[in-house]
Design a protein around this ligand. Structure first.
Ligand SMILES: [Mn+2]
Length: 260
């Protein structure tokens, strides 16, 4: 079974809050009567015995939040389930991945984003939403990190990519990314700002010139390894237009659910 849970956590966002409201917005889009529950391969993903919505994690807002997120993820996968996490901002990925890596050691990561999110710390915050992959890569818990859609990096983060052997591909390098996809267990992390703002306007950090929805789906479908977990993060419903970005997030949940 695949569990869908929300982590309404945006305490470590650097620019503005909002992604804590994303799980509710994505659920509304997922179950809206404007669409149907079938993925593109005609699988009825939303049946409760396939994609089971286990609700949102309750967070205290204190320093124990990361521990609570990791413990919550561990609890959900303890019965053999796979997990799709609705952020929240990208800071959720570090504690969630810690849980995933306990069950699937050496799991690789395929990460869609405009930004590498590899800052050693951001404004003094090592748990910033701009730093989750620095924490993951320094921990040695990931078998490798492949980034797609990167177009807003910095010299510091380019150094971090080299230091940790990260394979990064810009929006014009989708074919090269397809050829470099990892086998073995894979965790998929989708920051919606990896997409062009034309497709996903409901994010905090606009970075024009990004991926299309179809390009992300192409890459996900081409992953040769087993997808053992995923997250969709950085939706800010306050900046969305007519739930357009929430619909994109819901689409990724459906297609990931079917693939998983
Ligand atoms: Mn980003």
């Amino acid at each position: 079974m695949i569990k869908l849970w929300g982590v309404p956590w945006d305490r470590h966002s650097s620019f503005q809050r909002g992604p804590a409201g994303a799980p509710a917005a994505i659920r509304r889009a997922l179950t809206s009567e404007h669409g149907n529950p079938f993925a593109e391969d005609l699988r009825d993903v939303l049946q409760a015995d396939r994609l089971c919505d286990v609700g949102d994690l309750r967070l205290s807002g204190g320093d124990e939040d990361p521990h609570d997120i990791e413990a919550g993820a561990l609890r959900h996968i303890a019965d053999g389930s796979k997990l799709i996490t609705l952020g929240g901002d990208h800071a959720v990925t570090w504690p969630v991945f810690r849980a995933i890596a306990q069950r699937w050691p050496g799991c690789s990561i395929v990460h869609f984003d405009a930004h590498p999110d590899l800052y050693e710390d951001f404004g003094g915050d090592p748990f910033s939403h701009a730093s989750p992959f620095a924490r993951i890569m320094e921990s040695g818990l990931a078998g490798g990190l492949l980034q797609v859609g990167i177009r807003a990096s910095t010299p510091h983060q380019a150094e971090q990519q080299a230091r940790y052997g990260v394979r990064a591909f810009g929006p014009e390098e989708v074919e090269a990314a397809l050829a470099a996809l990892p086998s073995g267990p894979v965790y998929v992390s989708i920051d919606l700002d990896g997409l062009d703002p034309a497709f996903a306007p409901g994010v905090n950090h606009y970075e024009p010139g990004g991926l299309s929805v179809r390009e992300v789906l192409r890459v996900i479908r081409a992953i040769p390894g087993e997808i053992v977990g995923a997250d969709v993060v950085e939706l800010n419903p306050n900046r969305d237009r007519s739930d357009q970005t929430a619909q994109v997030a819901a689409k990724f949940v459906k297609e990931l659910g079917s693939l998983m």
